[in-house]
Design a protein around this ligand. Structure first.
Ligand code: AKG
Ligand code: FE2
Length: 244
């Protein structure tokens, strides 16, 4: 796996010039696009890493500071308006509210059955949609839906799971964007004891490449010292009209 720091470059390129530019527009592309070679490099480092240590390495790419401070701010402002809910799921016959809030935005025909809950896609908000387009421009990552999770503080969490629902398109990658509080993201290999802990900061992009979900679980454990909220966007590619 590899990390990349875009923060400084973005900040210096956003200074000066009174002109108001759309923060996620094509204009920004020449400053902001990460090259394909980053992705290639990260994958080849993953291969090397696994040879050296004989430990499995998750097929991921971590791009530190993918969103600059201004982009994070507009997205966070938009996130305050999302119609979040805290649905109840049934575990061993008992109903429990999930320990976070969530909302699913997507294209027509991209409804999602997630944790046993049928979630109808709401129309894309402006900046979430711009971010979807930016991920396609920068990394060729296509998606037709995004799950937004809000963790109010370190008591909110997500248990170990794989994003392997049948409606997820075969061969697709999942792009995860963090906003707000820094939280640990834990990857655990399904067939060995190998575990990795990645600290995800506001503005970071984590790409979970196909077929990570086959071999790895991921979780966002409780961190009781954390008092600030965190938002996470996972952009996914679903099979259209899977649920009819
Ligand atoms: O909040 C995170 O970083 C992880 C979210 C996640 O795994 C999910 O939505 O499936
Ligand atoms: Fe997940």
């Amino acid at each position: 796996m590899m990390t990349k720091d875009n923060n400084q470059r973005d900040q210096s390129n956003n200074q000066g010039g009174g002109q108001r530019v759309d923060l996620f527009s094509e204009l920004e592309l020449e400053f902001d696009a990460a090259s394909d070679s980053d992705l290639q490099l990260s994958l080849s480092m993953a291969e090397q890493g696994s040879k050296k240590t004989e430990q499995p390495t998750p097929p991921i790419t971590l791009v530190r500071g993918y969103l600059n401070a201004e982009q994070q701010a507009v997205l966070m402002k938009e996130a305050q308006t999302y119609p979040l809910s805290r649905p109840e799921i049934q575990v061993f016959g008992q109903f429990h509210a999930i320990p976070r809030q969530q909302v699913w935005f997507g294209d027509l025909g991209c409804d999602y059955l997630y944790s046993g809950l049928f979630i109808r896609a709401l129309p894309w908000p402006k900046y979430a949609h711009k971010l979807r387009e930016k991920l396609t421009r920068d990394y060729g990552l296509t998606s037709n839906g995004v799950l937004v999770n809000r963790y109010a503080d370190g008591k909110d969490c997500m248990g170990a799971h794989s994003d392997d629902e049948p409606e997820i398109a075969h061969g697709s990658h999942i792009a995860s964007i963090t906003l707000g509080a820094t939280r640990d993201f834990v990857l655990k290999h399904k067939h060995s004891q190998t575990k990795y802990n990645i600290s995800l900061h506001s503005g970071d992009l984590l790409i979970m490449h196909w077929p990570m979900q086959n071999d790895w679980l991921h979780s966002l454990p409780k961190r009781l010292k954390i008092k600030e909220p965190r938002w996470n966007y996972t952009f996914r590619q679903l099979i259209v009209n899977f649920h009819g």
